[in-house]
Design a protein. Sequence first.
Length: 376
Amino acid sequence: MAEMGFERSWYSFVLLASLVLATAELATAQTSPNRTVVEEVTGWLRIYSDGTVERLTPPGAEAFTAIVPPYKNPRGGVTVHDITTDRGIDVRLYLPAAAAAKAPHRRRRPVLLHLHGGGFCVTRPSWAIYHNFYAPLAAELDVAGIVSVYLPLAPEHRLPAAIDAGHAALLWFRDVARSRNVYGAAHSALVRHFRRTADFSRVFLIGDSSGGNLVHLVAARAGEDKPGVLHPVRLAGGVLLHPGFAREQKSRSELENPPSMFLAPEMIEKLLALGLPMGVNRDSPYTSPELATKAVAHVRMPPLLLMAAEKDLLHDPQVDYGKAMEHAGKKVTTVVSRGDVAHVFYLNFFAVKTDQLTANRTKELVHTIKCFIDQH
C-alpha cells in the first residue's frame, strides 16, 4: 500500500508540475510563428510544427532517466559495455564478471536480448531505470550476458523500425556465433569472449511494456524467416514483462485501475498513436491481443512467459493475450503479480528498496524468469 500511495502522490505532483511547465514553454514556443507545439505527452514528449521532437523528463523522475555510462571494472559482479555493430544498431552488453573469470571451465550459457519499453517513443537502455534492474539480473541469472538494443524511437522512426532493429540484433548474434569479424578493435576481445561463453541456441527475448510487444513481434519475425537464416541462433523463449497490449475500446482495468508512476491513460493513447505506423490504431496486430495472436497463427513461436501486474492499467489485455495465444496452440505461461503493484513496478528501484510488497513481488518476478530460462 505504501508503494501505491507514493506512486499516486508522485503522479499528481508530476501532472501539476508538468502542466505548469508546459503552459510556460508553450507560450514561449508560440512567440515564434514558425515553431509551435502540435502534440505533447505530458512530461515526456513534445512535437513542434517544424517536425522537431523534444524528449523530456517529468519533474521528480530525473533519477530514473539519469544516464549510466558503461564501465569495465565490475560493479555488483557485472561490467557494462556499449557496442556499435555492423548491423546498423548499437547494443549495451551486461557481462557477468564472475562468469567471465570461470569461462574456460564452464559450459556455454544462454543469452538474453532485451528490448526496452517507452511506448516505442521514449527511454534508452542506458537509463538508470533499466540499469538498476538488468545489471543485477545479469548477475543473478546463469547467463553469458544480457544484450539491450538501442531501439530507434518514434515518431521519427515508427513501427516496424523497432522490430527491424530487434531482428538485426539476432542477425548480429548469428554473425558473432559464426565468428565473422563484426566488431572493431576496441571491442574485439570482449566480443570474442562473449562468443566463447554464449550458447546461441538458447537466446531469450525479454522486454518491458512496449518492449513486451516487441518480444512477440520480433519472435514472429524470426519465426517467418526461412529455415537456417539465423543458424546457429535459436530462440528458446520470450519473456513479456507487462506488455503494452491495448485496444481502441478501453478495458475494465484501464477504467478502474489508477495511473502509476510509469503509466497513465494519456501515455497509452498518445505514445501508441505516435509509435504505430501511420494510419494504424490500437486495433492492429501490434497491440490488439486478438489480432496479435491471429497474425502468428501459422508462425513458429517459442515458449513465452507473460508477466502481468494486478493493478496495471493494461492488466486485462495482457491476460487476454495469454489466453488467446494458448487457445491458438502457442505455449504461454501467464503469471500475475498480486496486490497493489502496477505497471513495471520492478523498475521503480526506490520502491523496491523501501516498500516490502514491491520488494517481494520483484524477487518473485526474478525467480520466475530464472525458472523459465532454466527450464528451456
